[in-house]
Write a protein of this length. Structure first.
Length: 223
């Protein structure tokens, strides 16, 4: 009898403690435990998602997760439309990549998302396609040669440093345009258009910034 009483005396506080801890944990809107931002990945020190400077053309965009659709259009055999959930439930890829803005700051982040190549391959690439144009919720756009997205593992990210991308950073998706200047890293992406118009120029590209935008070259178009 004394043993049972002892057990109860010991167990009750332990159970209460467990309950209190579970109750205190942060939850997201779906009731799942909220992730924390990671500071290091496989030995690489990461920047914080708060280290970005917000200087988007129309300020932060607030995209509704449930009504959001990503379109794959243009010169494709089967135009596609994806919901947010269809994208985040696909096979995901992670990598650490540094974004460099032409203003002189940079951030090194662990990005997680899907491969653009997989999405456009599923839509069926017409043989006339030369470039891939990305469009965003704020009217922004940018483009790349088809080879750039096919020959590199280019991620369309929905997580940064293990956190769901915040609205200011480009929720639901930001392009991880590695080796390219920051203005190629389109946020709030809504449409991927396959095109044969090699003369297409995106928002900053049509305002004098290099269309190639390679990090190891300058960001002004040669005259
Ligand atoms: N839709 C959209 N994407 C955008 C921009 C923008 O204004 N609109 N700005 C670009 C620029 S210039 C940079 S450097 C990166 C990172 O900008 P941020 O620090 O404002 O997130 O996003 C890029 N993607
Ligand atoms: Mo930028």
């Amino acid at each position: 009898m004394r043993k049972v009483v002892l057990k109860i005396i010991l167990f009750v506080p332990i159970l209460l403690l467990i309950g209190a801890c579970a109750g205190d944990a942060e939850k997201d809107e779906e009731g799942n435990p909220q992730s924390v931002e990671i500071k290091e990945y496989l030995g690489t020190k990461l920047s914080s998602i708060n280290d970005f400077r917000e200087n988007s053309i129309k300020g932060p965009q607030y995209v509704d997760k449930d009504s959001f659709r990503l379109e794959i259009t243009g010169l494709v055999n089967n135009p596609k439309t994806y919901t947010y959930y269809e994208i985040i439930n696909r096979q995901s890829y992670k990598k650490v990549v540094t974004l460099n803005c032409v203003e002189g700051w940079s951030v090194t982040i662990l990005w997680e998302g899907v491969l653009v190549r997989d999405l456009i391959e599923e839509a069926g690439i017409d043989s006339k396609v030369k470039i891939v144009i990305f469009h965003a919720h704020d009217g922004y756009s940018t483009s790349f040669p088809l080879d750039y997205v096919m020959e590199n593992d280019i991620i369309m990210a929905y997580k940064m440093n293990n956190l769901i991308m915040p609205p200011e950073r480009g929720f639901p998706f930001q392009l991880v345009a590695e080796n390219k200047w920051g203005y190629k890293w389109i946020k709030w992406m809504t449409k991927i258009e396959l095109s044969d118009k090699e003369e297409y120029r995106g928002y900053w590209e049509s305002r004098g910034y290099s269309n190639q935008a390679d990090l190891d070259k300058g960001f002004f178009e040669e005259p």
